[in-house]
Design a protein around this ligand. Structure first.
Ligand code: NDP
Length: 456
């Protein structure tokens, strides 16, 4: 039985938004049982019918876009415009993966004595553990390919932001998804997440969250040789060469680090600027940062909302306290809500804590460099390797640097990381495995080789 009540807060007001039952380990066991019971029938659904089911989910998300966006904006504290964009992406993910059931192709391999070919089989019950920063979006990145490949799901949203996952599960049922194929357990990670990781009936864990918890998941999953994909933290560089369109780079830089109040694993939180361009770039950046509209997530013109929790505000604050080199700050409301003004630190030593640790809040560091070689060295001088940007008017240089960076998702003269159709994931301690694009299906299927003897 569920143990007690979970009070879900609204970070912009600190008020209770909803109270829901808090799941415990026995709820996880029951959810895994349901998912296991639903698996044989779901994997047997014909590819075209499974495709139609995914399209129906995409459609129902579109129909409920505003309702889901409101819920996400209030619960996660994100600007309503951003939340609508995220719901659009959720719908796109299901539309994209509705093309997959009929395209899960195998190989035929020339051998003697018969025919050898490969097929892709679903894994079974998959456990999806997701964070609070993009609650339904990140869940969708996992649910889309998992369902397309014929798996059934136990989804554990973050305790701070379970509401859109719960509502999505209702909508998916309304759209015809059979009972038991998608199960949501809203309870603490240390209890419900940990139980999913150790559960012998779960074939795979797909996790997004901190590198620290990712490490414990990889270790725990090893006991049952579970498949694991990990999408973890980042400390991504935004490299601005002096030959770049500096106005464009400076105008785009705040969105790349202060978007979602900096609570983004792809946040370009280390801005590396070629020394010759420092003064001009910093002038433009200050104008852009001080213009950011921080406030009520439900107001249409808000560009940045509050942090997710009091704890997160305290952690982020620890990077700005005690004489940190604050170059300039934007504004933030007073009163209730976990507000934090966008902040730029400069000059920052590349060895300083603010330059090395994932802050996960609206704090950027600016570090100057002289040469292309130094930019690459500084950019790669981190345990992380998720994303990054290169701004330069020299295409050859931009491509050279992109190839030299140890990171999974890079953009040139842009700060975007995520597209439904392209693979997303990290190098080094930013994790392993890829989400989105065609590659995500690899992580939700096993390759089976079959030999059919035809005689000689
Ligand atoms: P966590 O890694 O703790 O949480 C991510 C998810 O894992 C949540 O659903 C959480 O559940 C669950 N979880 C927590 N502990 C366990 C466990 N032992 N076993 C299984 N699942 C578990 O991140 P936080 O939310 O605490 O954020 C801390 C820091 O992590 C941030 O400041 C940021 O640096 C980083 N982070 C990175 C993210 C990314 O996108 N790469 C996303 C979120 C955080 P619950 O929250 O319900 O306890």
């Amino acid at each position: 039985m569920s143990s007690g009540t979970l009070q879900v807060l609204e970070p912009a007001t600190e008020a209770v938004l909803q109270e829901i039952p808090r799941a415990d380990a026995s709820d996880v066991d029951r959810a895994v049982e349901h998912a296991a019971a639903a698996f044989p029938a779901w994997r047997a659904v014909s590819p075209s019918d499974r495709a139609a089911q995914l399209r129906a989910i995409s459609d129902i998300v579109r129909e409920h876009r505003d309702e889901l966006a409101q819920l996400e904006a209030r619960n996660a504290g994100k600007p309503i415009g951003d939340a609508r964009g995220e719901m659009d992406m959720v719908a796109q993910v299901f539309a994209y993966y509705s093309g997959s059931p009929e395209r899960l192709l195998g190989d035929t391999i020339p051998v003697s004595g018969g025919h050898a070919f490969t097929v892709r089989e679903p894994l079974g019950v998959v456990g999806l553990i997701v964070p609070w920063n993009f609650p339904l979006t990140i869940a969708a990145w996992k649910m889309g390919p998992a369902l397309a490949a014929g798996n059934t799901i136990v989804l554990k949203p973050a305790e701070l932001t379970p509401l859109t996952a719960l509502r999505f599960a209702e909508l998916a049922r309304e759209a015809g998804l059979p009972e038991g194929v998608l199960n949501v357990v809203a309870g603490p990670g240390s209890v419900c997440g940990a139980r999913l990781v150790e559960h012998p009936g779960v074939a795979k864990i797909a996790f997004t969250g901190s590198t620290e918890v990712g490490r414990s998941i990889a270790a725990g999953a090893a006991q049952t040789i579970k498949r694991v994909t990990l999408e973890l933290g980042g400390k991504s560089p935004n490299i601005v060469f002096a030959d770049a369109d500096l106005a464009a780079a400076a105008a785009a830089a705040p969105g790349a680090v202060f978007g979602n109040a900096g609570q983004d694993c792809c946040a370009r939180s280390r801005i590396l600027v070629q020394r010759a361009a420092m003064d001009e770039f910093m002038g433009e950046l200050e104008a852009a940062v001080t213009a950011i509209r921080v406030g009520d997530p439900l107001s249409e013109d808000t560009e940045m909302g509050p942090l997710i929790s009091a704890g997160q505000r305290e952690t982020v604050g620890s990077f700005v306290d005690n004489g940190a080199p604050v170059a300039f700050r934007g504004s933030a409301p007073d009163g209730p809500g976990f507000w934090f003004a966008p902040t730029v630190l400069c000059p920052v030593d590349p060895g300083a804590r603010a330059a090395r640790e994932e802050i996960f809040g609206p704090v950027a560091v600016v570090i100057p460099f002289d040469s292309e070689k130094e930019a690459i060295r500084l950019a790669n001088d981190t345990i992380y390797g998720l994303s990054g940007s290169i701004w330069s008017g020299d295409g050859g240089r931009a491509l050279r640097v992109a190839r030299a960076l140890d990171a999974g998702v890079l953009s040139i003269n842009s700060n975007t990381s995520v597209r439904v159709a392209t693979p997303f994931g990290g190098f080094k301690q930013s994790g392993y495995g890829r989400e989105l694009g065609p590659h995500a299906l690899d992580a939700y299927t096993e390759v089976k080789s079959i030999f059919f003897a035809t005689g000689v």
